[in-house]
Design a protein around this ligand. Structure first.
Ligand code: GUN
Ligand code: ZN
Length: 442
């Protein structure tokens, strides 16, 4: 058992996201094992009220710092770390010109291993303690990422990228080397093998990962859906409705489905724990389908602004009532930093799809990258496991230590904050990796 004395930011799980933040200016966070041996928050609240309840427990005092939940990134591509900032006219040429050529390199195990080491370190350096990640179509990349996350005891979900058409051959799933299976069949065999090898091992989870409908055959999507039914507690991840050209392409390839999104439902790929990146160019039928199936959107604002894809419609999403949370979508996205992503989400909300847009509150922005994202991933205490991302009693205890004095401007501006919203917004607008003094994984 260990305790930390500091300012503490946590989130109520039953409040409206705009007002969900709970802040102690002098708080105590007590961490220890629950009955199952998982390290969780045992108590949290005002220091003065709690200090005598835990005699003998070591208290680390962090004056001037703020403890906050570790961030949750709902969608990021581990093999695209070195693709960030590649200029392009839009999604499809960007994939062709930069992304697919880079992803080819992950066939080599040593390339995957060094990339995984850097990637996990960079997530943690930026305060991200839970992530849902794309790997490549090579099992080597999946093994490398899981192994590195396991070594750092990080909560990480990933899976083999399924793609069997419409891309260069060396980023497609390859047939079994001995020719015993075709490529599609082999990709599904590899997926099941990786599920059995990694899912539920410590803090790791598996995600069935069709890249997006245009790069999968019907047979591959059908097989992915069958695996999703056979393994109901694994995740599913893909992309949808990001870019107008992509949508036209998906509609031409799957004309029998009533919409691009519905293609995934038609193959059994929409349910709880199914996470779709972008979800920009939806109509209300699509939104109702998200809500009815329990699927969630990974909102990726830096990516959507960088690639000129469009603006997630927050008002329409809230009206429909489906799950969503924030994601960096590196390398379409431009930063690993949750502060950059939250600020971009603010800009996207202001722009909206139909003017005037919404003004997302600082608490709601922070919620979307912590407890809201965890809820969207199903890591919210359902199924009897500890929740993630809120730092309430019983929650998993990963946290960040923020130093609001780290730059002269942050120090000046946060000292002038008159309310919690002002404090949070100053950090969202001015923050980056420097604000994360320490990331503590439990
Ligand atoms: N759609 C299919 N693949 C990708 C990808 O790698 N990044 C983004 N942003 N969209 C995609
Ligand atoms: Zn993506």
């Amino acid at each position: 058992m260990k305790a930390y004395r500091s300012a503490i930011l946590r989130f109520a799980t039953d409040s409206e996201p705009r007002h969900a933040a709970v802040y102690e200016s002098d708080g105590l966070l007590v961490v220890g094992a629950n009955a199952q041996g998982t390290q969780v928050v045992l108590a949290v609240g005002p220091y003065l009220a709690l200090k005598d309840q835990f005699p003998g427990v070591t208290v680390e005092h962090l004056p001037g710092r703020i403890i906050a939940p570790g961030f949750v990134d709902m969608h990021i591509h581990f093999p695209q770390t070195d693709v960030i900032g590649s200029p392009s006219d839009g999604l499809l040429p960007w994939l062709e010109d930069y992304t697919f050529p880079e992803e080819k390199r992950f066939l080599a195990p040593e390339y995957s291993v060094q990339a995984a080491t850097f990637f996990i370190a960079e997530l943690l350096r930026n305060g991200v303690t839970t992530a849902l990640c794309f790997a490549t179509s090579h099992p080597e990349s999946v093994n490398a990422l899981f192994a590195e996350a396991q070594a750092k005891n990080m909560r990480l979900i990933t899976g083999l990228c399924l793609m069997d058409r419409n891309a260069p051959v060396d980023v497609l799933n390859l047939a079994a080397p001995d020719g015993s299976n075709d490529a599609t069949e082999q990709s599904l065999i590899d997926t099941e093998k990786l599920i059995n090898q990694w899912h539920g091992k410590g803090r790791l989870g598996y995600a069935i990962t069709p890249r997006f409908a245009p790069t999968s055959s019907e047979a591959q999507l059908r097989g992915a859906g069958e695996l999703a039914a056979k393994y109901p507690d694994v995740w599913i991840q893909s992309h949808v409705s990001e870019n107008k050209d992509e949508i036209a392409w998906a509609r031409a390839l799957f004309p029998k489905s009533v919409s691009y999104l519905a293609t995934y439902a038609d193959f059994g790929l929409m349910r709880d724990r199914a996470i779709y990146a972008h979800c920009i160019h939806f109509d209300d039928d699509d939104r109702a389908l998200m809500r009815a199936t329990g699927a969630a959107a990974a909102v990726s604002p830096t990516s959507n602004l960088f690639l000129g894809s469009g603006f997630f419609d927050y008002a329409a999403a809230d009206r429909a009532g489906f799950y969503y949370g924030l994601a960096s979508d590196v390398g379409g996205g431009t930063s690993f930093s949750p502060f950059h992503t939250m600020l971009a989400a603010y800009y996207v909300g202001r722009e909206g799809q139909t003017k005037p847009g919404v003004s997302l509150s600082p608490q709601h922005l922070w919620w979307q990258h912590t407890v809201g994202a965890a809820q969207a991933l199903g890591l919210d205490g359902r199924q009897g496991r500890p929740a993630v991302g809120n730092l309430q009693p019983g929650c998993e205890a990963d946290f960040v230590v923020l130093n609001p004095q780290v730059t002269p401007l942050l120090a000046r501006r946060t000292a002038r904050a008159d309310s919690l919203d002002e404090l949070l917004f100053a950090m969202i607008v001015l923050g980056d990796d420097r604000l994360i003094e320490r990331t503590v994984i439990y």
